[in-house]
Design a protein around this ligand. Structure first.
Ligand code: KIV
Length: 305
């Protein structure tokens, strides 16, 4: 963990930057320097995020949908999350890495929550964990924090309980509903969370919540007033097919580029253009002759069809 003050912002030297600390996040929120968070689920995406100079990588349970092809975040397991998180840790050293506690890994008891939170730290090398919801989740957050594991909260649209919230839609759109999102936020802060993600909440409601909190907030579809923003890696790179949420801004169209590249590869394999001589390895002619002689051959046979 780094000491303050500040980290160089030169992306070219991102891997040489000091690791982002919890104190850095507080200082950034205090000074108004935006915190950049992105999801990553494997070694290459983690190393891209690090080299781009992001502050926090979230190994989100969105991996269930984004990389494992499920219809919701619910099916992903602790073992899968630990495997993905450890790959991310191997790919990035400077961003703070948060492992997302999957559905079923913390709800039943404080003991279960602490045990699984510790797996993210011990087995995957994460710096912190995240869980969804206020209410009972605030109690679980308190237990996890008391066990020495830094916890991030997540309020508003909480995908693990989306069905109970009426689907994937904005939350806190009436005074009463907004007050309940604020109450969740206050409970999580009181439980010892170091930060809270606010998802799909009207920007003006987020502003009220941010005013009331003293810990840094990270928004997704929650307007500009949070201390930081988070997007899903595959959304921001345009790597997913189909419709994306209103808050997603694609900064590239990598799925189209990938399809073009693989199509060209397929066509070159089929036409014989690939591989060319420059893609092969050589052997000394004498060695080749010796091999052929050992097989009783005197000259190269034609290509086997
Ligand atoms: O799982 C995830 O990717 C998340 C972010 C959308 C905040 O929880």
């Amino acid at each position: 963990m780094s000491s303050l003050p500040s980290r160089p912002q030169d992306a070219a030297n991102a891997a040489d930057r000091p690791a982002v600390s919890f104190a850095d996040l507080n200082e950034m929120a205090r000074s108004g320097e935006p915190i950049v968070m992105v999801t990553a689920y494997d070694h290459p995406s983690a190393s891209v995020a690090q080299d781009a100079g992001v502050d926090i990588i979230l190994v989100g349970d969105s991996a269930a949908m984004v990389v494992l092809g499920h219809d919701s975040t619910l099916p992903i397991t602790m073992d899968e999350m630990v495997m993905l998180s450890s790959a991310v840790r191997r790919g990035a050293h400077t961003p703070l890495i948060v492992g997302d506690m999957p559905f079923g890994s913390y709800e039943a008891s404080d003991a279960l929550a602490v045990k699984n939170a510790q797996r993210f730290i011990k087995e995957a090398g994460c710096d912190a964990v995240k869980l969804e919801g206020g209410g009972t989740s605030a109690q679980r957050a308190r237990a996890i924090a008391a066990a020495g594991v830094p916890v991030m909260g997540h309020i508003g649209l909480t995908p693990q309980t989306a069905a109970a919230l009426g689907g994937y839609k904005a939350q806190g759109r009436t005074a009463g509903a907004a007050a309940s999102v604020l109450e969740d936020a206050m409970r999580l802060q009181d439980a010892g969370c170091f930060s809270i993600v606010i998802e799909c909440v009207p920007s003006a409601v987020t502003e009220v919540i941010v005013e009331q909190l003293s810990i840094p907030t990270i928004g997704i579809g929650a307007g500009p007033s949070t201390a930081g923003q988070v997007l899903v890696y595959h959304d921001l790179l345009g790597l997913r097919e189909g419709r994306t949420a209103k808050f997603v801004k694609p900064y590239a169209t990598l799925r189209d580029s990938a399809i073009r590249a693989v199509t060209t590869y397929a066509s070159e394999v089929r036409s014989g253009e690939y591989p060319g001589p420059e893609h092969g390895y050589s052997i000394e002619p004498a060695e080749l002759n010796s091999l052929r002689q050992s097989l009783g051959q005197t000259k190269a046979p034609g290509r086997v069809q």
